[in-house]
Design a protein around this ligand. Structure first.
Ligand SMILES: Cc1ncc(C[n+]2csc(CCOP(=O)(O)OP(=O)(O)O)c2C)c(N)n1
Ligand SMILES: [Mg+2]
Length: 814
């Protein structure tokens, strides 16, 4: 009897808490939906520039969020507002602040107004750029707009859990308790049905199946990618059917594939509970194909879906709207004699949601406007202060009147007025004009912080703060192959830093195609020195995700020519992490590759112009030998920024002196080395070509020409102390030699030296560049000789330049 009573009470408690949960979920669904509806209006009335919303996807995200724990990570896309709200990382004020592009990070923490609305992230670093305790919060890596661009990083976020679970020592270290609890964290991916057509999706899914990482991948299948239907996107018109071969079975590892419907609350909750249980405990990746999802307002604010959806489809969408269905489901409990909520209850929740969203939107708008109004008031005061004696008195008061009348001015409007007045008063020294100059300077200064800070880390560990520590050598000069220098340096790094992981194609068992990791897998295990599939894009993704979770990955791209497969994700994701979060996240990934001249079209490329133009935000190191390369790895591991190191491909068997202080010597970035002093001409180069320049300079010396030879060492950053400009001031002549195509990296360097450093002032002759031929480099030694700058070319180029300066002493070669 007593037992029955207790269980009834328990049942009642369970029912009450279930009821409360359902009501809360309904409230959130209504709030999120209302935010989408009002958001669209804000764009259509011109207050926001562009809108892309999460309407239609609310229920699935609410179900997913129930399983999202502290320490977990999201890597998703622009439809995930409800998920972000459900995990407590986005409120409605912030949602609208993002839509308006509010630049105050405290008001708009997702990106400080840098990304369009719908691009979400959490603050994983404190104001000083130091890691927060990621185990005390729910984490979202910062979204990017390119469809499927979130996928490669997702792989790394999930892999980090595997590393933490299986690593012999990391989980015991206090520092890593801020990143993991024994590797139990799940990485949640989200993607639209159409974006599964992208290569990075397939690459990621395959790699996740191979690596067996705890990833729960949700596909929000609303049947369209903008206007293009699912049938034109996916084999069999179904991502779960197309991926059926990934399903694990009793004999083979793989994915667990679950299918559910976007309007079916109960089944969604059940499905996510199961999915996350599998991923979290077994470290098995799970695909959740959420079918029958819709988009009540169409794709975005840039067009209406009536253009491409049939009337039947549109009708289906309104009948199977997930909020409508959820409401029906709640009310249907009455038929079972249980009451979750009455229709009046639900209507009042809907009403409250509308009201709450309207208030939040108004607050966000007021905050956005107030921020600019302060600057506007200051400008109006200055314009009104132009005294009646001033020739621009009338112009300024008219401008002030007009500006004061304008509603919702943005800073661009204010600056356009102020700068036009400056141009009308050139030469005027009046205090009024001075005040205007100061006002503009102050706005520009703040704009630097608002729009241009954090291209790189601004923390105490920024690469720029790391000085050179010289290499120490033994007195007797022991010479070794370049690859041995790298190998011994890696050995030291792996010994002293348990969080360092090296991986790439052939990097594990055989220790790299050039043997620079020889024997290291044997010594440190396959978790830390590992082989990957041939999939450059997701090798980078592994690195980005793991770097975002406190590990220090070094991702190998086998050859520089194959960096093209990785450049998209390096450019869109890695290079922008700090910038697009305004310092809220970082991914200090080191990408290691090898390139420049060797053999044939796809093993001799040096596409440096492409790299430095697409990878701003990543440091680019171009060492001339392996000791320099090792110094860069040592530097970069002390720093908290992403970087690319390009080892000179022909240097693995070249002899170098054996250093004593492996793992310790460093090379400051942006500091060239004057390898030989000279007085007639400054010759700048880097990487493999530098070594040919060195040979040329020795021969030129015999011809009576004194060349100052400078190794740029890094292209990004480039010569921060203007050493090359100072050299040109001494020699008055400049030649830049590299093996990129013409006007590639050489044009960049020329601009830096002549324009930025002002070296054109010191030139006595035209500056010159020498690059490779514009075609890809041909195979064989003759192919190299005729495709790339060779020793003879360089010597003759310098002789030509000397002839122009002094024809008597230096007759023409030809
Ligand atoms: C690489 C890339 N190509 C094209 C686009 C333009 N674009 C943005 S969203 C989109 C459709 C995506 O559809 P889907 O993945 O089904 O997501 P949904 O918007 O339907 O949720 C396209 C083509 C893009 N952002 N990135
Ligand atoms: Mg879609």
């Amino acid at each position: 009897m007593a037992k029955d009573k207790a269980s009834t009470t328990q049942d009642q408690l369970d029912f009450n808490s279930f009821k409360q949960q359902v009501i809360n979920d309904y409230r959130l669904a209504c709030i999120s939906r209302e935010a989408s509806l009002l958001g669209r209006k804000e764009v259509l009335t011109g207050k926001a520039k562009f809108g892309i919303f999460g309407d239609g996807k609310e229920l699935a995200q609410i179900a997913l969020a129930k399983q999202f724990q502290n320490g977990d990570f999201r890597s998703g896309y622009y439809r995930d507002q409800t998920l972000m709200m459900a995990i407590g990382e986005l409120n409605v004020d912030q949602y609208f602040a993002g839509l308006y592009a509010h630049t105050d990070v405290n008001i708009e923490p997702q990106s400080a107004g840098r990304q369009m609305g719908g691009h979400y992230s959490t603050r994983n670093l404190d104001a000083n750029g130091q890691w927060k305790n990621l185990m005390a919060q729910k984490n979202s890596s910062a979204d990017i707009s390119p469809t499927a661009g979130q996928m490669p990083r997702l792989l790394g976020l999930a892999q980090a859990s595997k590393v933490y679970r299986e690593h012999p020592t990391l989980k015991e270290l206090e520092y890593f308790k801020n990143f993991t609890n024994g590797g139990n964290e799940v990485a949640f991916g989200t993607i639209g049905d159409a974006s599964t057509s992208e290569g990075p999706f397939w690459e990621t899914m395959n790699a996740a199946g191979v690596l067996q990482v705890p990833m729960v991948m949700s596909v929000w299948d609303d049947g369209y990618g903008i206007s293009v239907p699912r049938e034109l996107q996916t084999t069999k018109g179904s991502i779960s059917e197309a991926l059926a071969g990934f399903q694990r079975n009793s004999e083979k590892l793989g994915f667990e594939i679950l299918v559910t419907k976007g309007w079916d609350y109960a089944h969604l909750c059940e499905t996510y509970e199961k999915a996350v249980q599998i991923a979290r405990t077994e470290h098995v990746p799970v695909l959740v194909h959420v079918k029958e999802v819709n988009q009540p307002q169409g794709h975005s604010t840039s067009g209406s879906h009536e253009r491409y959806k049939s009337p039947e489809r549109l009708e289906w969408e309104s009948t199977f709207d997930c909020v409508v269905k959820f409401k029906e489901w709640i009310l249907s409990f009455a038929e079972k004699g249980l009451v979750l909520a009455s229709s009046e209850d639900l209507e009042s929740i809907e009403k409250e949601a509308k009201e709450a969203v309207r208030t939040a939107k108004n607050n966000a708008w007021q905050a956005f406007v107030a921020d600019i109004q302060q600057d506007k008031d200051a400008l109006l005061a200055i314009l009104n202060s132009f005294s009646s004696a001033h020739p621009l008195h009338e112009t300024c008061s008219l401008a002030a009147q007009q500006l004061a009348k304008e509603k919702d001015s943005i800073r661009r409007d204010l600056l356009q007025v102020a700068r036009a007045i400056l141009r009308k008063s050139l030469g005027d020294q009046s205090p009024e004009r001075q005040a205007l100059v100061s006002w503009i300077a102050q706005i520009q200064d703040k704009a630097q912080d608002r729009y241009s800070s954090h291209l790189h880390s601004e923390s105490a560990q920024r690469a720029a703060a790391i000085a050179t520590i010289p290499v120490q050598y033994a007195p007797e000069q022991q010479l070794e192959d370049g690859r041995i220098i790298l190998r011994e340096n890696y050995r030291k790094l792996l010994e002293t830093r348990p969080e360092v992981l090296v991986f790439g194609e052939d990097a594990g068992k055989i220790g790299g195609v050039n043997q620079s990791l020889e024997g290291l897998q044997e010594q440190f295990g396959a978790l830390r020195v590992s082989d990957t599939g041939i999939r450059e894009c997701t090798i980078i993704g592994q690195g980005i995700g793991m770097a975002m979770r406190g590990l220090r990955p070094i991702a190998e791209i086998q050859y520089l020519d194959y960096l093209l497969y990785a450049v998209q994700i390096m450019s869109d994701d890695l290079a922008t992490v700090q910038y697009r979060t305004k310092g809220g996240q970082k991914a200090p990934l080191i990408v290691s590759t090898r390139g420049h001249r060797l053999e044939g079209i796809w093993h001799s490329g040096s596409p440096m112009g492409m790299i430095i133009n697409s990878l701003r935000g990543i440091h680019v190191c171009v060492p001339r030998n392996m000791t320099k390369a090792a110094a860069f790895y040592n530097t970069l591991l002390q720093a908290d920024e992403p970087a690319l190191v390009i080892e000179p491909l022909n240097g693995y068997r070249t002899k170098e002196r054996m250093p004593l202080n492996f793992g310790e010597f460093t090379q400051a970035l942006g500091v060239p080395e004057i390898v030989k002093e000279g007085s007639d001409l400054t010759l700048v180069s880097y990487g493999s070509t530098f070594n040919i320049c060195e040979l040329a300079v020795a021969q030129l010396e015999e011809l009576g020409i004194s060349v100052e030879l400078i190794d740029a060492q890094t292209l990004l950053p480039f010569d921060i102390h203007h050493m090359i400009g100072a050299s040109v001031a001494k020699t008055n002549a400049l030649l830049i030699v590299d093996e990129d195509v013409s006007s590639g990296a050489s044009a960049f360097m020329l601009d830096q030296i002549l324009v930025k450093q002002g070296a054109y002032n010191f030139l006595d002759s035209a500056p010159q560049t020498m690059a490779a031929k514009d075609h890809r480099p041909a195979y064989g030694s003759d192919g190299d000789y005729f495709s790339k700058p060779n020793l003879d070319d360089i010597i003759e180029k310098v002789l030509d330049m000397m002839h122009d300066l002094d024809p008597e002493s230096f007759p023409k070669v030809y």
